[in-house]
Ligand binder design. Sequence first.
Ligand SMILES: [Zn+2]
Length: 277
Amino acid sequence: MSGALRFGTSGIPRSSARPGTVHGIRRARELGLDHLEMAWVNGVRMSDESADAIAAAAREHDLTLTAHAPYYVNLCGVPEIVERSRARLEEAGRLGARCGAQSFCFHAGFYGALDGAAASRRVKTELRRVTRALRRKRHSIDVRAELTGKASQVGSLEEVLDWSASVPGVAPCVDFSHRYARDVGQHNRYEDFAATLAAIESRLGRAALDRLHVHISGIQFGPKGERRHEPLRETRFRWKELLRALKDLRVGGWVVSESPCMEDDALLLQKTYQRMR
Ligand SMILES: [Zn+2]
């Protein structure tokens, strides 16, 4: 997959004539996109039959799929919350695999009263359980811990790489806009993006760059990090330099646009990337 990045929206394109993922897949293909992330951020309720129909539509239209697990996940919470969070992740993994998705991402949770090391250890323990459960049931899908946008959320680059290196089946979902917002405006130049990619390669090997799950959006931040996503054309986030770094380092995988402009910005990313030599 090296050097082949596939671009798509988070959720079905706004211009889809009818709701539902199957129609969204068709519309994405009409637009010339080749990927779709199923945005299950508010929960996922789907029959196995619907999942099978999605898998068939994605195959028919040569669209790759990923999923975003519900936001209501906190692997550092009290035991009942952790248990429910694990169940949500396992269900996202099961359904995602049934839809033919190759990867699903999630936000691991909040530090709360824990220090960084303790929170990170807890996440690791829970991710071992999640990946073991998915393996046991033969659901084949990447479990992708997302780089998160707020200082209160577990999921710095270092943490995400540590979980990925220590837990088989876990890999990073690298949200470069979150990295910029989390560190209040840092990591916003070509050299920074290249350094992030180099850190991934040195920790996880070249294969991690050949198959990377990436999120990009315009973003606003405040002192605590991420505030809101915004259109690429309005943002100070230097997404063109990021695309240049992805191109130069021959990164492969999926780029999901999480911009409020949906397909317009997914296409803007795709076209800009394709025009680069
Ligand atoms: Zn996310």
